[in-house]
Design a protein around this ligand. Structure first.
Ligand code: ADP
Ligand code: MG
Length: 725
């Protein structure tokens, strides 16, 4: 594709500038033809007339990309205020922001920007800001009234992620606070101003006097828009006191649904066969495949590419494109580009493509009927990721993707009678996840009574109590269930799972914060190693160079350090591109996921938007964060004992003991688990270990495990282990 011509010198006789204008015109036409375009004026009137508006409309009707632009044009950004749009998924926030920046003809990070954890592409000129719902929640910690926003759009609300649900509750009270006179001041204890200056805690008399100054003043009101792709708006409307709901008519062509005769034993194999059946037997049109996660997507991608090689040259015109949340954004954008002439695109997606992003050109959908979901048992206190059947609503959304531009076909890889057995809709995440992160956040936002909080759907009392217990054990809450100082406040400030946050805080005492920062960054990305089925032994041998007898945490640190050293060395002469290339080659040779390593490096270091000259305004970089908290960043050098003791002190609730049959028993829950085959300790099997996460497939697998000494537990976690025998 020709690049844009900055000087525009060739503009007069075709060439890049003409291309640019042609593209601009095409985009303008596309925008005008969207179903939502015909109701722009009506929608703006509705927004003016209602402080809370619920907009439902089919996926692809233009809600996410168009509405913020309409609001901007209608003057909702006067006085420098911002329109904020939240998305449950990082990848949606990024791809949509890019599309909208292009539609507006502005550079990313200027009028249109996005902000997600570890990556902030906004500037002081940003007026339309896409972000994850979790990020807006964290902003509320810094600015209780979210005062820089004139409108907040909660998009994809039907997904009912835990962050969306908490956000709805918080926004409800922010809106109320902003519509009345100020009679309460935001709690600025331990918060940080946007420019990075830490505000000292106000004393009581200062607080009283600022309150007096502000009392009676009014903040500008906040408009709330809740958008959903599910056609049933009742729940949202009721939650917001009978709020007005409007429907945007979509466009949907018929989709033929095909089922398998019998259940598939290997759905990946069935997927592969279906992809090639479509490719070889069906008419033109792109294919969208729903898979459960990065690993699965990567393995299907490899299998498709291999199988293609066995076809005659003229039948190889298939372009495989993955899309999932942790994919680097330049790769994510490729799914939106048309396939090269004569080629068919096959997009391998997670459920991100269900409603969050609309990919043009799809005519065929392959739906194995599965999704990776969180589950939580309040009894054991264990959260796990499990692959489960989709709901009927999800299956319908998925098949709908085939009928956006014309009649389509959807291949469900299960028998029709199975469809009838699916639950109607997905249970909101808040009812099936570990609530400790949510509770910590709510406490930091000043919500004391968690059980009494105005949730759209209340989590179980048992789960709330369990998470209060857990946070108390981690030292984040006092006996009276208040945020402890400084630990609770510090933990709430770190954009991490509470146990990871605690590990960092402890690491400064164990003199191994350097190491823990790397470990936490590596644990925050999807798997570092990959082992293709046919090269299992080779991959194992390669991984051995990094493996530590102490466990996966130190192994991950070894990988990080080796890659970092190589990167720094090959960057000499400041040739970043060359360094990246060397890195990719090294990763490939060592069966390491280069994307994951790169991402971990970005998290650990500060690779944010610095190349755009934009300064990160939020404290997403964990390193910067811990430094600002005054934690002591030091390395334990070769003394890995310190590091492991620190792991034991932080992950004591995830400690497990070996059983005579080689399985493990989790001490806190009594659950029986096994070490995941990808672990370096899979064969060694130490007597006692701690683990990072529990993944349930056909077994209860624990992943990322490290050896610890059984006797350390009562010594380092006496708050828990003295109580037990
Ligand atoms: P909704 O939010 O109602 O589901 P969107 O605003 O996301 O709809 O999408 C509207 C249209 O914009 C869709 O037809 C889609 O194909 C197009 N679109 C969205 N993002 C992109 C992109 N990155 N590139 C090309 N087209 C896009
Ligand atoms: Mg949308």
């Amino acid at each position: 594709m020709p690049s844009m011509d900055p000087a525009g010198s060739k503009g007069s006789n075709g060439g890049p500038k003409a291309d640019f204008f042609a593209r601009k015109q095409r985009i303008e036409q596309q925008r005008k033809s969207l179903p939502i375009a015909s109701v722009e004026k009506r929608l703006m009137d509705e927004v003016r007339g209602h402080d809370i508006l619920i907009i439902v409309g089919e996926t692809g009707s233009g809600k996410t990309t168009q509405l913020p632009q309409y609001l901007f044009n209608a003057g909702f950004c006067r006085d420098g205020k911002i329109i904020g749009i939240t998305q449950p998924r990082r990848v949606a926030a990024v791809t949509v922001a890019k599309r909208v920046a292009e539609e507006c003809g502005v550079e990313m990070g200027q009028r249109v920007g996005y902000s997600i954890r570890f990556d902030d592409m906004t500037s002081s000129s940003t007026r339309i800001k896409y972000m994850t719902d979790g990020l807006l929640l964290r902003e509320a910690l810094l600015d209780k009234y979210l005062s820089k926003y004139s409108v907040i759009i909660v998009d994809e609300a039907h997904e009912r992620t835990v962050d969306t649900d908490v956000l709805l509750g918080i926004l409800k009270s922010v809106q109320k606070a902003r519509s009345g006179p100020i009679n309460q001041l935001p709690n600025i204890d331990h918060t940080k101003a946007n420019n990075g200056v830490v505000i000292d805690k106000e004393n009581d008399s200062q607080r009283a006097s600022s309150l007096n100054r502000c009392r009676g003043l009014k903040l500008s009101p906040l408009k709330l828009i809740i958008m959903s792709a599910s056609l049933d708006a009742r729940g949202f409307s009721e939650y917001f006191g009978g709020a007005r709901a409007v429907h945007v008519q979509g466009r949907q062509f018929p989709v033929d649904i095909f089922y398998t005769k019998a259940p598939e034993t290997d759905y990946l194999d069935a997927t592969l066969i279906t992809i090639f059946q479509i490719h070889l037997e069906e008419g033109a049109g792109d294919v969208l495949v729903f898979l459960t996660g990065q690993e699965e997507i990567e393995s299907v991608e490899r299998l498709v590419l291999e199988k293609l090689q066995q076809l005659p040259e003229e039948k190889r015109k298939l372009k495989v494109l993955p899309i999932y949340s942790s994919l680097p954004s330049e790769k994510q954008m490729q799914v939106f580009m048309p396939a090269p002439t004569g080629f068919r695109k096959v997009i391998l997606a997670t459920n991100i493509a269900e409603t969050s992003v609309t990919i043009p050109g799809i005519k065929y959908v392959i739906d194995p009927g599965l999704v990776k979901a969180r589950t939580y048992s309040a009894r054991t206190g264990m959260e796990s990721l499990v692959v489960v059947p989709t709901s009927k609503a999800q299956a319908l959304q998925r098949s709908g993707r085939a009928g956006r531009e014309g009649p389509g076909k959807c291949f469900r890889l299960y028998p029709e009678r199975e469809f009838e057995k699916l639950s109607d809709s997905t249970v909101p995440e808040i009812k099936r996840c570990n609530l400790s992160k949510v509770v910590l956040q709510l406490k930091a936002l000043g919500v004391d009574d968690i059980i009494g909080f105005d949730f759209m759907e209340k989590p179980s009392r048992e789960a709330v109590i369990k998470s209060l217990e857990l946070l108390t054990l981690l030292g984040a809450l006092t006996e009276e269930s208040r945020l402890s100082k400084p630990v609770g406040h510090q933990m709430a400030r770190l954009p991490l799972d509470p146990t990871h946050a605690k590990a960092l805080i402890l690491a400064s005492q164990f003199n191994c914060l350097e190491e823990m920062l790397i470990a936490v960054a590596m644990l925050s990305v999807e798997s570092i190693f990959y082992a293709p089925r046919e090269k299992l032994e080779e991959a194992r041998t390669a991984a051995k160079c990094f493996s530590s007898l102490e466990g996966d945490h130190l192994t991950l640190i070894n990988v990080y350090r080796a890659s970092d050293e190589l990167f720094e060395k090959s960057k000499i002469g400041n040739n970043r591109e060359k360094a990246e290339k060397t890195m990719r080659k090294w990763c490939k040779e060592n069966f390491i996921n280069s994307r994951s390593v790169r991402q971990a490096r970005d998290i650990h270091r500060q690779a944010t938007s610095s190349f755009l000259g934009l300064k990160p305004k939020y404290d997403w970089q964990i390193r910067e964060n811990v430094e600002q908290m005054g934690l002591h960043v030091a390395s334990c050098g070769d003394d890995m004992l310190q590091f492991r003791r620190c792991l034991a002190a932080a992950f004591f609730l995830n400690a497990a003991l070996k059983q005579p049959d080689g399985t493990y028993r989790v001490l806190s829950s009594g659950q029986s688990v096994q070490i995941h085959p990808s672990s370096v300790l899979f064969r060694t099997k130490p007597d006692c270990l701690i683990f990072d996460e529990l993944v349930r497939t056909n077994h209860n697998y624990i992943r990322n495990v490290s050896r610890v000494d059984y006797l350390w537990l009562p010594e380092l976690a006496p708050q828990y282990y003295t109580l037990k025998e």
